[in-house]
Structure formats: C-alpha cells, structure tokens
Design a binder for this molecule. Structure first.
Ligand code: 6R9
Length: 572
C-alpha cells in the first residue's frame, strides 16, 4: 500500500480496521521516498524541515508564530531559512566543524530556533538545555559533551563556569556585548553581517544531529545521541499521530530542553510544513487558553501535568476562551489519568490522545491515533513499523494482562545511536537480544492496547500483590479534593511494602484526618482494598522534573531518608 493511501485510513474515521490494515502493510522504506536523500544520498534534517518548503514554493507560509509576555514575532519559512543560514555562516566563521557539539542555554525565543537549525545546517550536533538549569547541571553537560560553543544570554552566563570548561572556545551572547579576544561574540552583531546564503553541510543519515541529557535514578545524566535519520519518524508520526495538515496551526507546549520540544516542537511540525506556535514565559491557565485562542491553534500537544493544572483551575477560564478551531489534542510524558481524558471531553469536546515514547526512542512508538477508539488510561497501540511486547527478564513474551517489561523490537529510525562516552549504559538497554528494554512496566490487554504501570523500580509489591503506582494515582485524582498524587511503596515487615500516597489538594480543600479516611475509602471502593494507601501525606507541591513528571524516586528517598540521586532535572 502507498503511504498516501495509508494516511487517509489512519486519520479518517474511528475504526480499528484502519489501524490493523495500516499496521499490517507498513514499510519504513515508503517514508524514505518522501525525502530528497532518497535520490541524492545526501541529507540534512534542517534543510528538510525548512529550506525544502522554500524550494517547493511555500516560502511565504508562516513557519513560526512566537510570543511571550513582552514580544510577538512571526517568521515565514523563507525568513527561517535566511536566519538559520546566517547562524550557520557565523558558526563556519568560528571554525565549527561537522560532528562538534554546540549547546544552547537560553529561554525560548526565535533566536533559539535560528541557532538550533543553523547548528544542524553546518553538520554540528545541537544540545539544547533548560534555561532553569543551575551551574552544576550546566557544567556536567558541557563537560561531558565537550561542547566547543555555547549560545546563551548575559543573564544565564553567570551559571556557565566557562573558565573551567577547557573544550568550550566560543560563547555567542544573545543580547550581549562582544569580547572577541576572549571568545565572546554578539549574536546581533554577527547576524547583521552574516550572509543569508549558506553552503549547507550535507551529511550521512547516520551522522549525529542532536543530544539530550536524561537522568536515571543513579549516576550522572546520560547524553542520548540522535542522528539525522530520526527525521523519518518525526515526519511520519507528525502526519499520523499529530495528524498535521498543511494549514494547521500547531502548538507543542514543551521546551526544547526536553526531547518533546525538539522532536515535536521543531522537527515534526516543520518537516510537515505547518505553522508552529511557540509561547515563552510562565504557565498560567489564562495565558494558555489565550494562546490557543489568539493563534487559532488546531493541533495541541501537551503533557498530563499541564492538563491536570488546567483541570485544577476549574471551568471558568476555559469557558471564557474560544477554542472552536481546536481539532486534535495530544499528551505525552506521563500516564494520562482517565479522569483527565473525561475532563477533556467535557471542556474541549475532544478526546486527549495519549502517546508513549522516551528520550532514547527519539520519537513516538505507542499511541492513540486519530482513527482509533481510545480506552482512557491506555497509551494505545504500537505505531506501524514498530513491534512492542511485554517480556519477562529472560526475554519471553508474556500473555495479555500480565505485567512485565515494556520492550520494543530493534531497530527503528529514531532509536538513539549511542549514549555519549558510555557504552556500558547503552548496552544495558539491549541486554536481551533483539529488544530495546524501556525500563517501564506495562501490560497489554486482549485488544492489543498497552497499559502503563510505572517505572520498573516503582512497581509496588504489597502483600504479594503487584500494584502499579499509576493506577492508584489515577483513582486518587478522581477524588474532588485531590489535585495531584504521587504513590510509592514503603518497606513494611509484614506486607513487604505498603502504599503511601503524597497528595496535593485542590484550591478550597483543607488537610484533615477525616479527609484522609475519606480518600482511603474512595480508593478501596473504586479500585481495590489492597490498592488503598495505608499512609497519606498532604504536601503543597509534588516534586517534578522540568518536563512535568512526578519524581517518585524523590518521594521515596524523602520518606526513607535515602540519597535522592541526580536532582538537576527537578523543578525549582
Ligand atoms: C517523551 C518523554 C520517558 C518516560 C517513559 C515513561 C514516561 C512518557 C508516557 C509515559 C506513561 C505515557 N512516559 N510517556 N508514561 N504514559 N504516555 O517523556 O521522554 O522524558 O525521556 O521520559 O516517561 O516512564 O519511560 P522522557
């Protein structure tokens, strides 16, 4: 079957038959034919994302709609090409070579995106960092990657220990003064004199383009390394999962410091030639609803933490906004509680489509398509071309309804190609032959849907029953007083582990022993007696990563007085 036909059956209507047909007949090779490298053998992801649209006559289409509380700006694909070409020429002038790492440490702004694309255009490897990182986190990442150049702002420079970073030769300051003798360049000054025609560096599909550092529970963060070939997955999932069409106005709320903010905040929309909304500044429900309304957003990709916060803000702000353009809503990063899906139906009249993937997988692997029936609480089914399974520690595939390791048959286009300077860590993911082991625990139901249970380390064993923390948390957030919940197993001499829940309350609800008792019965009656938390502690805010994940290992460490491990990705 041709990809064009498949697109139709994947995105139109709601039926499983279309999914089954697409799944059965899918070939990655068909996708490759969409790109120029299929003929030339040469590739550059930034060219495919931006320049290609200029050449095909869509240069005047809006590529970027940027806004923050102090600035509103927009750029066409042609302007994006010119700005990224200029930045590429600036890097060339500094002598940056193919394969060298250039990091970006700055708040969201158009300049961040010009820089990112320019880095790729000269064949260098981009490493975007969250602007909120403190000095230690910045040092670890720049040291490990041996970045030769950094794009940052004068304010953030105070958190860059550049004197201690021997590989770092050039610092490009956005909105700052040059001091070229000491390696400081002014972004504005250099861009003003740079040519807007770049001799692009054509690379091999397997050449590096991007690094994201991701934390485990132990040790320093790992540099996950991706190559240009990943764009195949970004492009195709953009079509089928995000359902992007040429005239869409798309908003991915993720920061480029998180993999979602590059794969789906840069590549997927621009490879598909659609208008990309970027909103800077801080989260507030009013601000977000206005961003949706003002830009006329049609496709919106966000995360459970954000949806829960919007839900917690009540219906008044959403009722004030005109969201009539919104067609498709998606979520990633954490399990999406069924309660949140039901809320989405009520306030947006849209099903929020959950999907699952990881920094290491480079792109969406398990998902709810537009053309699929959603089972609230399930991550959906594997993307065509992807084989997912639940396996035990020996690599045996488990039957439906059994909890085990969520694993993916290797390889696929956007799979990481290495962990920077850490072969040992890389190999751990592939310790069972033929499989990528995700570290997540899940089960598959009789219809082939996958259900997330927790990180393998987070699964609770209480009185011989295995309980996924997510199930308990989802029940907890159904209670009208509960805003968010994080659930851990706490060692217990009798039961092995008992369930402890940390809960933040919604506005207008006060902590009390009565409320604890009420919440406990609520879980007992709604889920199972053994799943009801024996201990409940109310806290103001749950510890979360910058991408919004509840950090259960931190809750556990607090509870048990253990070392918390790497905290560089924790919110302030
Ligand atoms: C894209 C991204 C990966 C981990 C992953 C899992 C959790 C992501 C999820 C989900 C349940 C989903 N996760 N999506 N859990 N349902 N739809 O999040 O990458 O930051 O590397 O995190 O996030 O535990 O293993 P990353």
């Amino acid at each position: 079957m041709k990809t064009t036909e498949l697109i139709d059956i994947m995105t139109k209507g709601h039926n499983m038959e279309s999914y089954d047909r697409a799944y059965a007949s899918y070939q990655w090779e068909e996708v490759e034919k969409s790109f120029s490298w299929y003929e030339t053998g040469k590739v550059n992801a930034a060219y495919e994302a931006i320049d290609r649209h200029v050449e095909s006559g869509r240069g005047d289409h809006t590529a970027l709609l940027y806004s923050d509380p102090n600035r509103t700006d927009q750029y066409t694909f042609r302007e994006m090409k010119e700005e990224s070409d200029k930045f590429g020429n600036l890097l060339k002038k500094l002598g940056i070579n193919k394969g060298e790492r250039v990091f970006i440490f700055m708040p969201r702004s158009p300049e961040l995106y010009f820089s990112f694309l320019g880095i790729l255009k000269v064949g260098a490897i981009a490493g975007p960092l969250f602007e909120a990182f403190m000095e230690g986190a910045v040092r670890d990442r720049l040291e490990d990657s041996e970045a030769v150049a950094l794009v940052t702002t004068p304010t953030l420079l105070s958190r860059v220990p550049y004197k201690e970073l021997s590989a770092l030769k050039h610092i490009i300051l956005v909105g700052g003064e040059a001091d070229e003798q000491n390696g400081f360049y002014s972004f504005e000054k250099e861009m003003a004199s740079a040519s807007s025609e770049l001799d692009i560096e054509w690379v091999d599909r397997e050449d590096g383009m991007l690094m994201h550092y991701t934390s485990g529970s132990t040790g320093k963060p790992k540099g996950v390394f991706h190559v240009h070939n990943a764009m195949l997955q970004h492009y195709q999932t953009g079509k089928w999962v995000l359902d992007l069409k040429e005239d869409d106005i798309y908003w991915c709320t993720a920061d480029p410091g998180w993999v979602t903010g590059t794969a789906y905040g840069i590549f997927a929309p621009w490879l598909n030639g659609v208008t990309n909304v970027i909103r800077g500044g801080r989260f507030s429900p009013e601000d977000w609803y206005q961003t949706l309304e003002k830009n006329g957003v049609t496709v919106w990709y966000s995360a459970p933490t954000a949806f829960r916060m919007l839900m917690g803000a009540g219906e008044a702000p959403v009722k004030q906004a005109d969201l009539s353009k919104l067609r498709h809503v998606l979520s990633v990063g954490e399990p999406l509680n069924p309660e949140v899906v039901r809320w989405g139906m009520k306030v947006f009249n849209k099903r929020i489509h959950d999907n699952w993937w990881m920094t290491e997988t480079g792109g969406i692997l398990i998902t709810n398509y537009p053309a699929m029936e959603i089972k609230p609480g399930s991550m959906g089914k594997p993307f065509p071309g992807i084989e997912a399974a639940i396996i035990d520690d020996q690599g045996n595939e488990l039957p439906p309804m059994q909890m085990g390791n969520l694993a993916i048959r290797t390889p696929w286009p956007s799979l990481m190609r290495k962990i920077w300077k850490n072969e040992g860590k890389f190999d751990e993911y592939f310790r069972i032959k033929g499989w990528y082991i995700s570290g997540d625990s899940a089960y598959q139901d009789e219809d082939g849907y996958f259900w997330f249970q927790g990180r393998i380390d987070d699964v609770i064993n209480t009185s011989g029953e295995r309980v996924g923390p997510f199930e308990v948390e989802s029940k907890l957030v159904e209670h009208p007083a509960v805003a968010e919940a994080g659930v851990i197993g706490k060692p217990d001499p009798v039961r092995g582990e008992i369930i402890k829940a940390f809960i933040s309350l919604r506005k207008g609800h006060g902590a009390s022993d009565n409320l604890k008792e009420e919440i406990r019965s609520f879980v007992k009656e709604g889920l199972a007696a053994h799943a009801a938390p024996r201990e409940i502690e109310f806290i103001d805010r749950l510890p979360k990563t910058r991408s919004g994940k509840i950090m259960r290992r931190v809750l556990k460490a607090w509870e048990l007085d253990l070392p918390t491990g790497d905290l560089s990705t924790m919110e302030d």
